[in-house]
Design a protein around this ligand. Structure first.
Ligand SMILES: Cc1ncc(COP(=O)(O)O)c(C=O)c1O
Length: 389
């Protein structure tokens, strides 16, 4: 059999390797606390499940939906108006996605040709680089450095690179670094995109998981944003709908329309009960969002306070469902520390190197277990002695 060169670029990845060790440990009857993959364990609110179930029990729901219900597009437009003070034309500026993950691959295929250049933050959520790579693009990594609060510095991008680039991906609040960008960053980004004719793709997966009574908005609320790009928004974390696969691409109508046409050749639309659940989520009572945020904030406090107490220094993140922690100084590589965490403490975290070259020296800890399990993880790490030289 012969396979494409493109497919050679994609290995099984670190998560499969960690899963293999996890399964072995579980088979040996050893306890494991998994803080690696960002799969939320907070279920959707009852009214969202109810909307899904009631649509699922309707025999007419099993047709191809082909396109988004106008009710859904209007709900997204209203959600953006109420939550982010952004005006969106439901007909031309909103497109649903079967999870925003697929959007990165599809949008890449609509924008780049083989060999085109794409600007990607480093470290980053893996599909930011893999999506463009699937479309044949070359990646230029923009480091997110600690000294710049883990925000991309657009001034560091060489002129010839900026001229060549077709699109730029940015995402704040950020996974994995948890950083939040100031207003000045978005204004500079829009000016940069206009100057070099680059399409902006902002991923806003974590705007609702911002702690300590702070609030984050939308890239599209900045003046001129819609002229240069789009925003992805996901219901996975905000409403506990990760497995339902529902997200949106909103903003510039030329980009949205290309994406819609491309997608119409691949999928036949989102399952109608999921569209109904999405409508219930974004139009219904929003107290579930605050409850989810509070749950992650409490977990964050327990985890960071606990690890700091036993000698692993880490800063509390301002946002997201992750903690981005430096590895103890007696380790050189994040993969070695992550392996010791799982083998000696039974706690799974993700090595920072899995998120790109600048991720080395860190691990990402996902706040995806209940408070009791987080406390158990802290005890297990303490007992394992791996924080001591
Ligand atoms: C930054 C970021 N974007 C997108 C996603 C994926 O969202 P979805 O479930 O909508 O594909 C994640 C999931 O972890 C994420 O961290």
């Amino acid at each position: 059999m012969k396979f494409s060169k493109r497919s050679n670029q994609f290995g099984e990845g670190i998560f499969s390797k960690l899963l293999e060790i996890k399964n072995q440990k579980l088979a040996d009857g050893e306890p494991i606390i998994d803080l690696s993959v960002g799969t939320p364990n907070i279920p959707p609110a009852d009214h969202i499940i109810h909307a899904m179930c009631s649509a699922a029990s309707d025999k007419n729901s099993y047709i191809y939906s082909i396109s988004d219900l106008s009710e859904l597009l209007e709900a997204v437009s209203l959600w953006y108006k109420n939550r982010y003070q952004v005006d969106l034309d439901p007909k031309t500026e909103v497109c649903s996605l079967l999870g925003t993950q697929e959007g990165f691959a599809y949008l890449s295929m609509t924008i780049v040709d083989e060999g085109d250049l794409v600007l990607v933050p480093d470290p980053c959520y893996p599909v930011f680089a893999d999506g463009p790579r699937m479309a044949g693009a070359e990646i230029y990594y923009m480091p997110q450095k600690k000294e710049n609060n883990y925000i991309v510095n657009l001034n560091d991008i060489p002129e010839e690179i900026a001229r060549k680039a077709k699109f730029i991906i940015v995402s704040y609040p950020n996974n994995p670094t948890t950083s939040v960008a100031p207003d000045s960053f978005y204004n500079e980004l829009i000016a940069f995109a206009k100057k070099y004719d680059i399409i902006v793709l902002h991923d806003n997966a974590y705007s609702e998981l911002v702690f300590d009574n702070k609030v984050c908005g939308s890239f599209l609320s900045y003046s001129g944003a819609k002229d240069v790009g789009v925003e992805f928004n996901s219901l996975s974390k905000t409403y506990g709908l990760a497995g339902a696969r529902v997200g949106f691409c909103v903003g510039n109508k030329d980009v949205v329309s290309r994406l819609k046409i491309f997608k119409s050749n691949l999928d036949y639309g989102m399952f109608l009960p999921i569209q109904k659940a999405a409508i219930a989520a974004i139009s219904g009572d929003q107290s579930c969002v605050a409850e989810t945020r509070n749950a992650y904030e409490k977990r964050r406090d327990i985890l960071c306070d606990g690890f700091n107490r036993i000698g692993w220094e880490m800063k509390k993140p301002e946002a997201t469902m992750f903690v981005w922690a430096s590895i103890p100084p007696h380790y050189e590589k994040s993969i070695d520390f992550a392996m010791d965490m799982i083998k000696k403490a039974g706690v799974i975290v993700t090595p920072g190197s899995a998120f790109g070259p600048s991720g080395e020296g860190h691990v990402r800890i996902a706040l995806v277990q209940d408070e009791e399990d987080i406390k158990k993880a802290i005890d297990a790490v303490d007992k394992s002695q791996i924080l001591k030289k």
